[in-house]
Design a protein around this ligand. Structure first.
Ligand code: HAM
Length: 426
């Protein structure tokens, strides 16, 4: 038997309602902030991710699904920011509008070790904003995420924020960390000793307890910020306070992607069984990426949230579907008529299934019941002659005759009285 690839999940219809609910809620929420949807390919040139995310990041070095085809080196996207920024530059969007607000939803691929809340194919919903460098827009974006989580019924969370500076700050900070860790390098975990050479900032978010102890005395990035970065940071904190956002300043927050400048943030949910996977959303500013990609100097900021993780934390979504009308043609002469009537019912927004398997009435009623139909609509020889249907209410077992002409409006009215599509949080 073939099985799905480890860490890649099927989404069956019984789960998909929560996904639809999430997608609709996210889309309508970010559209209130004037974001517009962009869809970029799942596959990009590997070089894009190497240059923008960083060759020495775990994502690029260890986790990317990369391959060669027709002489091109390609990779399935591990995240959405690099592809979105590539599209922004490729289509010269910056020359057409001063500010661009884009959002996306879709699958991402990282060959990580699968665990609860950590998959190899997972889905992100994210926003990217190009053209605004001010801290007000950073806070608007953080608040957008916070307000969205509240709408999803998620309120117990901390927003970790930090600044990684810009210009030479990152370089100076890197050096400060190398100076600090080098004399004690033998006490670091093997992984962190390697990071010391390649990417010392990553030592700060090591999961190893001893690494964490050693990091606690490491130099503080906020002490190294240059004047402009410091002003940006102070205003950011000021606005976060004004909006009463539940934030914590976390100077160890460096995030796993190399493109960030200045503001970094992560939303971590409290009281869950997601363990280390409790980060629902991560983001930050990446003011250098657009010019790195050959575009004009353009500041940018964005975030992405993990849909699987959010659905695990969110309360269950209960959907009420429109009631189902089930057509049972009792002999072959009635079959074409059922398709014709089914069309008319669907035109009025009714959900309809036609039993194409035929057989005895008893079997068809059983199937109607198994499909949780509200009505079974039977047409046999007599009904064909009289131009009627026999309509059976599957719950009450009442049966009545209705003319073909009146059937669609009759069922549409009944359906309106009983139901109406609604999604609600339990
Ligand atoms: P990231 O922190 O790598 O950032 O991922 C964002 C979110 O995606 C995480 O907080 C988590 O919820 C979810 N996620 C990541 N990896 C997995 C996984 N293996 N399984 C399940 N969920 C996962 C980015 O991807 C950046 N592109 C965010 C960004 C946008 N920064 C600026 N703009």
């Amino acid at each position: 038997m073939h099985r799905a690839v480890r860490g890649m999940n099927d989404l069956l219809p019984n789960e998909i309602q929560s996904w639809h609910y999430f997608e609709k809620s996210f889309t309508s929420h970010v559209e209130l902030y004037n974001f517009h949807e962009v869809r970029t390919p799942l596959i990009e040139h590997t070089a894009l991710f190497k240059h923008e995310i960083g060759e020495n990041t775990d994502v690029v070095e260890k986790e990317m699904y990369a391959f060669e085809r027709h002489g091109d080196f390609l990779a399935v996207r591990p995240e959405g920011t690099a592809g979105t920024a590539r599209a922004y530059v490729e289509h010269s969007i910056g020359s057409k509008e001063p500010i661009t607000r884009w959002y996306y939803l879709g699958p991402m691929f990282r060959g990580e070790r699968p665990a609860k809340g950590r998959y190899r194919q997972f889905h992100q919903a994210g926003c990217e904003l190009f053209g605004d460098s001010g801290p007000l827009c950073d806070v608007e974006m953080i608040d957008l995420v916070y307000q969205f989580f509240l709408k999803m019924g998620i309120s117990k969370m901390n927003i970790h924020v930090n600044s990684i500076g810009s210009g030479h700050t990152r370089q100076r900070y890197r050096q400060a960390l190398v100076d600090y860790f080098t004399p004690i390098r033998h006490e670091l975990s093997e992984d962190s000793q390697r990071r010391l050479e390649l990417n010392p900032l990553r030592i700060l978010d090591s999961k190893n307890v001893r690494d964490q102890e050693l990091s606690s005395q490491a130099p503080n990035i906020l002490d190294l910020l240059e004047e402009d970065d410091k002003n940006h940071w102070q205003l950011l904190v000021h606005f976060l306070k004004k909006l009463n956002l539940p934030f914590v300043i976390d100077t160890k927050l460096v995030r796993g992607l190399d493109y960030y400048t200045r503001t970094l943030f992560e939303f971590r949910v409290l009281d869950t069984d997601l363990g280390a996977q409790n980060t629902l959303c991560g983001g930050g500013r990446y003011d250098k990426m657009i010019s790195n990609l050959g575009g004009p100097e353009t500041p940018a900021i964005g975030f992405a949230m993990g849909i699987e993780r959010i659905l695990q934390v969110m309360k269950k979504v209960e959907y009420k579907e429109n009631p189902l009308c089930y057509f049972a043609p009792l002999d072959s002469s009635a079959q074409a008529k059922t398709l014709e009537l089914a069309r008319k019912l669907r035109d009025l927004g009714l959900r309809v299934e036609v039993d194409g398997r035929g057989g005895k009435l008893k079997s068809m009623l059983k199937r109607a019941d198994a499909q949780k139909a509200k009505w079974c609509i039977m047409i046999g020889e007599t009904e064909m002659e009289k131009e009627i249907v026999s309509l059976k209410n599957m719950k009450t077992h009442d049966q009545e005759e209705i003319s073909w002409k009146n059937l669609p409006t009759y069922l549409a009215n009944q359906s309106k009285m009983d139901h109406g599509q609604a999604a609600c949080l339990e």
